[in-house]
Design a protein around this ligand. Structure first.
Ligand code: SAM
Length: 217
């Protein structure tokens, strides 16, 4: 059996009872960064488990070994934070598990996009999660143009070292919401124009979700 287990995005109290039980019962944990997950287990006094690290570059190579284990054992997939697969590894593993008719369970929990959406004050009824903007600036421009008239809240994950470049590509015709360090001590939900955001976050630190495009009423 393969379990997909969400873990906290900052505040460790956000782990679910089910996540703790499944992690405690796991025979093998598939983690992005095994040291990071080791600390999580330690915090919750879960005995150390055999672990395999899974990140984008090695996902394909490790799938068959992981699924062979999952036929015999309880295998748990976690990422460093939040819900696995969501801008994190695991999609190819899940696809192949389905192809091989292997049972999968999801243990839902924290996710930065949904947490940001609920705090943003932007319409939550229709939203589009676009993950990280493309590497190339020209591709990001194309994406922004493509969705600029969509009647929905658009959610991006933006890493701190790319935040200013990304904000610089947004038009001034609407407000954006920036959710920073969600569930952590320095959590901040900021609303304003892109040019104001450039001033406010001139030295970006922490983790950011940028929400865009919804018409504010
Ligand atoms: N799988 C995770 C989830 O379910 O949200 C996302 C992992 S992705 C590699 C990391 C990105 O998620 C960060 O660059 C940031 O955009 C966003 N993120 C994760 N934790 C966050 C937090 N506590 N506050 C704001 N954004 C966060």
């Amino acid at each position: 059996m393969l379990f997909i287990v969400a873990t906290p995005i900052g505040n460790l109290e956000d782990i679910t009872l089910r996540a703790l039980r499944v992690l405690r019962e796991a025979d093998l944990i598939i983690a992005e960064d095994t040291r990071h997950t080791g600390l999580l287990l330690k915090h919750f006094e879960i005995p150390h488990k055999p672990m395999i690290s899974l990140y984008k570059e090695v996902e394909i190579d490790k799938i068959n070994d992981i699924l062979a284990s999952a036929k015999e054992l309880k295998v748990v997939l976690v990422s460093d934070a939040g819900t696995p697969l969501i801008s994190d590894p695991g999609y190819k593993l899940v696809r192949e598990a389905l192809t091989q008719n292997l049972p999968i369970e999801s243990v839902p929990g924290p996710n930065a996009a949904i947490t940001a959406l609920t705090l943003s004050g932007l319409p939550p009824d229709k939203f589009l999660f676009l993950g990280y903007p493309p590497e190339k600036e020209s591709h990001t421009r194309q994406v922004l143009e493509k969705y600029q008239n969509l009647n929905a809240t658009i959610i991006f994950y933006v890493s701190p070292h790319k935040l200013l470049r990304f904000l610089g590509l947004l038009k001034e015709d609407r407000e954006i919401v920036i959710a920073r360090e969600l569930t952590k001590i320095h959590q901040e939900i900021w609303r304003g124009k892109p040019s104001e955001a450039l001033v406010k976050f001139s030295k970006p630190q922490g983790e950011f979700v940028v929400l865009w495009n919804a018409k504010l009423s």
